[in-house]
Design a protein around this ligand. Structure first.
Ligand code: 9G3
Length: 567
């Protein structure tokens, strides 16, 4: 490809609204341009990288026995009404009307479509297991799109769906996909972890997220420093045996704590450890008030609350709910003498608090020497707190550390969640009708490109892994007007192309410095510079990743490049 004709506008300056490295570099190297908030165009260079990632995904999906399909992006509302999700999703689900005023969703995912497709044509257990996938644009109207294509409102996803006759069959499909995902992200040159995750509104149980380690990741991974344990902190279980101090129980009494609202303020004011405080959070759980208690030095894990109470919606109570149910204002909430209709559920750590401190449900008042079950009722104790760095790993091996991650893949065991709702059944070997057992498996294809750049860049620009680089070679004559250089560069271009290398030929009449800066920014793995030794047939080969530079005669060039690129 000749760069003089190529739409690859590079920018010298960092765009001010790009906060993360991959967003900055994708704009500066001419890979994407923004169309509207969270909506991007891929320019030729960005599209070539996207296609390389797609190709790796396709190979691994096909190898795993999946068949590629292409479903529509516009989905009839009826399907989402059948699955019961039409009213579950709010403004994030983009909806359109057709000319007959019929309602459609712009597909954020395709469980409904694929289930309706399969149920119409697959009637016998003999046809299963079946794995279908597509690579297609998804639409999710994110409230705060940011970080370029890392969190965009239209993005490219590979979504696969497995159909089995049993949960054992699903386990096998899941394992195949899990392995295929590991292959994909390894081949893309990513440092990633598969972590146990929360199935969220998807229903079903087992689910794993594939996380690319990165400081700008929006998810936090809790992992053991010695074992293979790794989980999204949203659901990482806490497994600690708390020791109860044997100090004698003292009499509870009230203390004035004027304007001392936060845990830190109250602990300082009363001169007690934060671990002696009982933090009370009033939550509206499917519109019911529930008081959640955790130790003062811990945080409530709202996802755990949702699972433990098997709730659809969990929110922290606002002022009016707090007034209505506890007749107090946030900051002085406590469990002592709460009305019977307010359930009290404690994290296990609270059970071991002796002579603790809690809000008195009265402004500027706290209770001291409070002891659970003696001074307040507890409905039950559960694992409700966020895991913390330094906690013992729940598998009993090692200590928990945190790392940020970018979620690039997510695999779910859906079970019969959709086949039941949408009557996707097959006749089993006894002619009995049974629901298909499903799994769903997603990879953020465009997000993966950005994640690769997050992990592969330096101060001069992108450093593409060879497997996903838009071009194999960047060919640069120092002075295109110099006859010997131009002739040799033209010859090299055709020789390398015939040797099946994908070459970006910088044939622009630009100053050398500009060309080299652009080449570093765009980050192809191999750069060939045709300079003053052109008349000897000698060119300079520079490896972008290692910055190693060597002089190579024209005749050894193909071998030299093949050796490097195929290692
Ligand atoms: C929606 C909207 C946003 C969504 C969903 C539905 C996430 C939704 C979860 C999934 C599950 C899997 C197949 C590929 C892998 C992930 N955000 N999810 O269902 F209506 Cl607006 O998409 N789907």
């Amino acid at each position: 490809m000749k760069q003089s004709t190529y739409l690859s506008p590079t920018l010298r300056d960092v765009p001010s609204d790009a906060e993360v490295k991959s967003h900055q570099l994708m704009l500066r190297a001419g890979l994407i341009r923004q169309s509207s908030a969270g909506v991007y165009s891929f320019l030729p260079l960005g599209l070539k990288a996207l296609k390389k990632v797609e190709a790796i995904i396709r190979e691994e999906m096909n190898k795993a026995g999946a068949q590629e399909v292409l479903m529509p992006a516009i989905q009839p509302a009826e399907l989402w009404q059948e699955s019961g999700r039409w009213d579950v999703y709010g403004p994030e689900l983009m909806r359109v009307k057709d000319r007959h005023e019929r309602e459609f969703a712009l597909g954020p995912t395709h469980e409904e479509v694929i289930t309706s497709l399969v149920r119409d044509d697959i009637r016998s257990y003999k046809r299963l297991p079946m794995m279908l996938y597509q690579i297609q644009s998804k639409f999710r109207d994110e409230r705060r799109p940011r970080f370029g294509i890392l969190r965009s409102r239209e993005f490219l996803m590979k979504d696969a769906y497995s159909f089995d006759t049993s949960f054992e069959g699903l386990d096998e499909s899941y394992e195949k996909m899990y392995q295929a995902y590991s292959n994909v992200f390894t081949r893309c040159g990513l440092d990633f972890r598969a972590v146990v995750a929360d199935s969220g509104a998807m229903g079903g149980k087992d689910t794993h997220e594939f996380m690319v380690l990165s400081d700008i990741g929006e998810d936090t991974i809790a992992y053991s420093d010695t074992s293979s344990f790794a989980a999204n902190i949203e659901i990482a279980p806490v497994n600690v045996n708390y020791t109860k101090s044997d100090e004698p129980l003292l009499e509870m009494n009230e203390k004035a704590t004027p304007n001392q609202k936060t845990i830190e303020e109250v602990a300082k004011f009363l001169d007690v450890e934060e671990s002696k405080l009982v933090k009370s959070v009033l939550m509206m759980v499917d519109q019911e008030p529930v008081l959640i208690l955790v130790r003062g030095d811990h945080e409530v894990n709202e996802v755990k609350v949702k699972h433990v109470l098997d709730a659809q919606l969990v929110e922290i109570a606002g002022e009016e709910d707090t007034k209505q149910h506890l007749n107090t204002t946030p900051g002085f909430i406590g469990p002592v003498n709460v009305p019977d209709h307010v359930k009290v559920i404690c994290d296990h750590a609270v059970e071991a608090v002796v002579n603790g401190v809690c809000g008195a449900n009265e402004k500027d008042k706290h209770f001291v020497n409070v002891n659970p079950s003696r001074d307040f009722n507890v409905n039950h104790y559960e694992d409700l707190r966020l895991i913390q760095e330094g906690d013992p790993s729940p598998d009993g091996q090692g200590v928990i550390q945190f790392k940020e991650g970018i979620e690039v893949g997510h695999v779910f065991k859906l079970g019969t969640r959709y086949s039941e709702a949408m009557k996707a059944t097959i006749l089993d070997e006894n002619g009995k009708s049974q629901q298909m057992v499903m799994g769903s498996y997603g990879i953020g294809v465009s997000r993966t490109v950005a994640a690769i750049i997050e992990q592969h860049n330096d101060e001069n620009g992108i450093v593409w892994p060879a497997s996903v680089a838009p071009f194999d070679v960047h060919l640069i004559p120092v002075n295109i007007k110099q006859e010997a250089q131009r002739t040799l560069a033209d010859e090299l271009y055709s020789t390398l192309t015939k040797a099946r290398f994908d070459v970006l030929y910088d044939d622009r009449a630009e100053r050398p410095g500009v060309k080299f800066k652009d080449a570093d920014l765009m980050g192809m793995p191999v750069r060939i510079t045709v300079g003053k030794r052109a008349d000897e047939g000698i060119v300079e080969v520079k490896i972008r990743k290692t910055e190693i530079t060597l002089e190579v005669h024209y005749d050894e060039l193909v071998d030299t490049i093949s050796r490097y690129l195929n290692q």
